[in-house]
Design a protein around this ligand. Structure first.
Ligand SMILES: CC(C)(COP(=O)(O)OP(=O)(O)OC[C@H]1O[C@@H](n2cnc3c(N)ncnc32)[C@H](O)[C@@H]1OP(=O)(O)O)[C@@H](O)C(=O)NCCC(=O)NCCS
Length: 405
């Protein structure tokens, strides 16, 4: 039954996700955020003054630090939202833009907001090196530079690189390097097929990024920059990274820039505005487990959100599990299948059907909203259905959403 109080997504858009050495690498993540915030409302004729709450995820603070802090507030003002607009910058690692959606849902349910926006934005290639100690001066000796992108592993506080934890746990679950390479190859091939079929074109989830040049025409980026042709032989040759037994540059996502935004409101509000919802938000949840279990957290979070929705995994027509590494969809679908090999294959076949972060890229704060909209647009192309999207984030946090289209 459609209920007027249900919360519906009315608009969802993202920039293309970049390569490491992209023209996008010079654009502050705040500006990428601003681009999607303007586009997501403009597509459905909602005015900036009508958006009550903006939740904005970003989780590489060293890049944001080039513009000081409060990226949500800065992007909101730069994008032309009223000075009185309420916004929050949040960091729940790669989960952030789904956390933003969940907080917006809570605001609407609590009656604090009628219309809310979830944003995620990141520019990983732009992350500067840190030079600690310079403020107090270096009397003698070499200056130390820290690369926050290296290992993405919270090593300074004694935690493992994510690639190490994910790879080790995958092996413990019987998910081998070869299986991870096969998944990575599949991700690239599924993306290539979807792209050739016109699924990742400007107008649905994608908007172009236009970069003015001092001389000549602007650079226009209108497609994801990382997808590549590969083979099992090429993948098998790659060295593992960061002490992981299985993770390589081929079965990991690349380092990317990009931004995503989702606009949502009650069905009643959408109807009054004559807007056709893209999807109904059925349930949202967060979870966390021991840091080492990061490859398992999408499964636990999916179980939790399905229990909240009073549904089962078999009722889901599509599943999105972010390819933080290939280990995550493999370990998590295996757990969801509960040891049943046939069911594991069925679940794998409906997971990331158009490819995932390994091909598309993973600008960390923007990816959770990306998997949600990729799934919603695909469900719409299929004429509707239910889908569950889940993502893991640093030190084994999880976020998940069930949508109905
Ligand atoms: C894995 C990682 C370190 C690789 O960085 P990089 O070395 O700059 O990546 P490159 O694209 O240059 O790839 C390295 C090599 O692998 C090769 N390669 C990458 N993907 C390949 C593929 N699918 N098939 C064949 N070769 C591939 C490249 O051609 C390159 O080869 P070269 O050294 O001979 O030029 C980096 O992408 C990374 O850290 N990714 C994970 C990000 C992350 O942790 N995100 C959060 C998850 S929680």
């Amino acid at each position: 039954m459609e209920n007027k109080n249900h919360i519906v997504i009315v608009s969802a858009v993202r920039t293309p996700f970049s390569r490491f050495d992209s023209a996008m690498a010079v654009i502050p993540s705040i500006d990428l955020g601003m681009m999607v915030m303007k586009e997501v409302i403009q597509r459905v004729g909602v005015k900036p003054s009508e958006v009550d709450d903006i939740y904005y995820g970003s989780c590489i603070p060293a890049e944001v630090a080039l513009e000081t802090d409060v990226p949500a507030r800065q992007a909101t003002l730069l994008a032309g939202f009223p000075e009185e607009n309420i916004s929050v910058s949040l960091d729940r690692a790669c989960c952030s833009s789904l956390t933003a959606l969940r907080f917006g849902v809570m605001s609407i349910r609590a009656g604090e907001a009628k219309i809310a926006m979830a944003v995620g934005s990141e520019n990983m290639p732009r992350t500067p090196h840190l030079a600690p100690g310079l403020r107090s001066g270096t009397r003698l000796g070499h200056i130390k530079l820290i690369d926050c992108l290296f290992e993405l592993g919270y090593q300074a506080k004694g935690f493992n690189p994510v690639a190490k934890d994910a790879g080790e746990v995958a092996v413990e679950y019987g998910v081998t390097r070869e299986m991870q390479d096969e998944w990575a190859l599949g991700s690239q091939e599924k993306y290539a097929k979807a792209f050739a079929g016109g699924k990742f074109k400007v107008g649905e989830e994608l908007m172009p990024v236009v970069i003015p040049q001092k001389k000549g025409d602007p650079i226009v980026i209108d497609k994801d920059e990382s997808p590549r042709k590969t083979s099992m032989e090429a993948l098998a040759k790659l060295k593992t990274i960061y002490g992981s037994p299985t993770v390589t540059a081929g079965n990991a996502p690349p380092i990317s820039a990009g931004a995503s935004a989702i606009l949502f409101m009650t069905r009643e509000e959408a109807e009054e505005r004559g807007l056709k919802p893209l999807a109904t938000i059925v349930a949202t949840v967060a979870s966390a487990t021991a840091p080492r279990g990061i490859a398992t957290i999408p499964a636990h979070t999916i179980e939790k959100v399905l229990s909240r929705a009073e549904m089962t995994i078999d009722q889901m027509d599509m599943i999105e599990i972010n390819e933080a590494f290939a280990a995550m969809p493999l370990v998590s679908t295996k757990l969801l299948a509960g040891g049943d090999e046939k069911k594991w294959k069925e679940l794998r076949d409906k997971t990331n059907v158009n490819g995932g972060a390994i091909a598309i890229g993973h600008p960390v704060g923007a990816s959770a909203a990306r998997i949600t909209m990729t799934m919603a647009y695909e469900l719409r192309r299929r004429g509707g259905g239910y889908g569950v999207a889940s993502i893991c984030g640093g030190l084994a946090q999880g976020e998940a959403v069930v949508v109905k289209v």
